[in-house]
Each structure stands twice: as C-alpha cells, then as structure tokens.
Design a protein around this ligand. Structure first.
Ligand code: ZN
Length: 245
C-alpha cells in the first residue's frame, strides 16, 4: 500500500464563501476522495490548522507520497517544518506540489530557485501531453481542456526538469511547463500546474488520472536500507514490501 498524505493550507475554503461553494469539503478532501478509490493507496489528509501544522515528524515518517496545496499561507509554514519535509523527500518520500505550491517553502528548498512564473486570472487552458510514454501520462489523451484555469506562464524559474510530461497552452497565447519531474536525493518530485481554488480542475477525470499516476510514480520503489541508505536515521523507513512500479 502507498501511504498518501494530502496536505492543504485550508484557508481560502474557510474564509471565502465563493471558494467554499466550489470545494465544500476543502481541496484536501476533494483530492483525497478520488485517490481513495485506488485499492493500492491509503490516504489521509492534513492541514495547516492541525497540530505541528499537520506535518509532524511522525506524519511525515508514515507518508510515502505527500501532495501539497498552498497559496496564501506559505509564510505560515515555519522554516524548520519546511526543512523537515525537504529532508523526508531527500530520504525517499514522493512530493507532489500542486498549482500555487510552486511557491511553497519545501519546493523552493528542494529546487533552489525562486520558482516564480507569470500569471493572469481565468483563461481557457489546453493541457498537452508531450511525453506519452511516461508513467504519469498513462491513460491520458494527447490533450485535454480546462474551460477555466488560472494562466501560469513561462518563464518558470526552476532548474531544468528531469522530465516534462505536460505543457499548458492558454488562449492568451502563453505556454507553461505544467507537469515537471525532478529527483532530489532519493525522492521524486512532480509539480502539476492546474488547480486554482476558484475552479473545479480536480474534478476533471484527466487531472484525477494524472495525480493518481503521479502518486504511483513518486512512491518509493525499493528499500534503500538494503542499498546502504544515506538517509538512515533521517526518516527513511520504506517498508520491504513495496513493489517496484
Ligand atoms: Zn491560483
């Protein structure tokens, strides 16, 4: 079983009626709901309002893949908590920062750049799959469309991704590397751009398929203890029974 934690700052949905109307259970529960339909995943949620910001060492040690939605509250995550997440990724935890989590502290720590981009509200997006043989692209059509999404455009100030799986095109003419993969330490990172809080992108079946694939791709796939783990004692507790993906 892949142990998944969906973390959300959970601010927009509590403070803004219009956003709550789109995501009545919160973005974290919305994402967790479709992931829970997979028999190979155990999924729990955590938020900024939980003890230790929902990101205690115990929670992280029991997480194989962490999905992260954040926007207004990046600065409310203490540096030491962000470093704890970074260390778990280096030790093998998969990390999937979503949409405005391009500015999340853990991603900036892991990538080492500003992670800035250009943006504009409410455009039509066509998401192109440019790497159809990639595990995250399995079952995803050549392109799909999101009638409403926030425009994120280049230049996206990130290190050259190991792999780019999706490119977003917007009616305004902008393009964006919408699905990017990196490895840091022994952990895999997949950044995925759709998911602005005002819109229902996580209800799109192709988006759900991509995030489901991404969880399986990012999950630790072997026990590093048997390989002389560099990160022993830093949260590496990958169970032996995890099968290669
Ligand atoms: Zn947004």
């Amino acid at each position: 079983m892949i142990r998944v934690t969906v973390w959300n700052e959970f601010i927009h949905e509590r403070e803004q009626e219009a956003i709550r109307a789109v995501h009545p259970q919160g973005l974290h529960e919305e994402i967790a709901a479709f992931l829970r339909t997979n028999e190979d995943m155990t999924v729990r949620t955590a938020t900024l309002q939980d003890p230790e910001y929902g990101l205690s060492q115990e929670v992280l040690d029991r997480t194989d893949v962490l999905l992260w939605w954040g926007h207004m509250g990046h600065h409310l995550v203490p540096d030491e908590v962000a470093q704890r997440v970074r260390d778990r990724v280096l030790a093998g935890m998969g990390f999937i920062p979503l949409h405005s989590a391009h500015y999340s502290k853990p991603l900036k720590l892991l990538l080492g750049t500003t992670c800035s981009l250009t943006w504009r509200d409410n455009d039509f997006e066509r998401v192109w799959c440019i790497n159809p043989a990639h595990p995250i692209a399995q079952g995803v059509p050549p392109y799909f469309e999101l009638p409403h999404e926030e425009m994120y455009g280049e230049w996206f100030d990130v290190p050259e991704p190991d792999e780019v799986v999706f490119v977003g095109w917007f009616r305004g003419g902008e393009v964006f590397r919408s699905g990017c993969c990196w490895q840091r330490g022994t952990g895999r990172i997949f950044y995925f751009q759709p998911g602005h809080e005002e819109y229902a992108s996580y209800q799109n079946p192709h988006v759900q398929r991509i995030l489901t694939n991404a969880v399986r791709w990012a999950a630790p796939r072997y026990c590093r203890r048997t390989l002389g783990c560099l990160y022993r004692g830093a949260g590496c507790d990958v169970p032996q029974e995890i099968e290669p993906y």
